[in-house]
Design a protein around this ligand. Sequence first.
Ligand code: SAH
Ligand code: MG
Length: 221
Amino acid sequence: MTSPLPRLPDDVAAVVRVTKGFLPEDEGLLLHRLALERLPSGPALEVGTYCGRSALHLGAAARAVGGTVFTVDHHRGSEENQAGWEHHDPEVVDSELGVMDTLPFFRRALARAGLEEQVVAVVGASTTVSRHWRTPLSLLFIDGGHAEVHAQNDYSGWAPWLMSDGLLAIHDVFPDPADGGRPPYEVFLRALDSGGFAEVEALGSLRVLRRVSGDAGDPAG
Ligand code: SAH
Ligand code: MG
């Protein structure tokens, strides 16, 4: 049995409702609950900020229990967000540069929700940031690029930083190829096959695993 889903504070929920993004309400609440549990043990990190829907759920937990959330994104969008693709939104294009820029949307959402002290935007490619990262994580949420190379790099670059008992949440896991792309599902299987993680929970396309062996910084992780 897993615990019921918590509510978001009203002020944050109001901002979530007007924030663009790709996270169903119940999955957001599950992330919120995971962060409430884990943040007292150390910082959480998410890969894939977009306009901040998931970061608002994580940040609201940090405001409630203390702690810090880092959220990494180059803010230029994934393949499927580019012009001509399924998930393109012309409103998030920087008209001067002609490229996507979701950072201003994210910063407004964070300010409106009163979470600027709890959530830190890290702007850059996931691999560039993970290469220099040195801090154990209590919770890792992978929701970045869905191409094979990006999904696998997010796992290789970040999962070793999960402390023991830390939670790894992976979004867009579709065991049936008819429902969506494979790379996040393959990353989920890779985590299970490593022997370092056990599945603890699933909701929609969100899968949650707990680190059961090794510790942060362990190169075998
Ligand atoms: N968590 C968000 C959705 C994330 S969408 C929500 O709740 O709505 C995926 C995001 O990953 C996009 O914003 C894209 O810019 C980012 N992304 C894709 N590949 C990336 C990479 N290699 N490094 C950093 N960010 C990346
Ligand atoms: Mg997603």
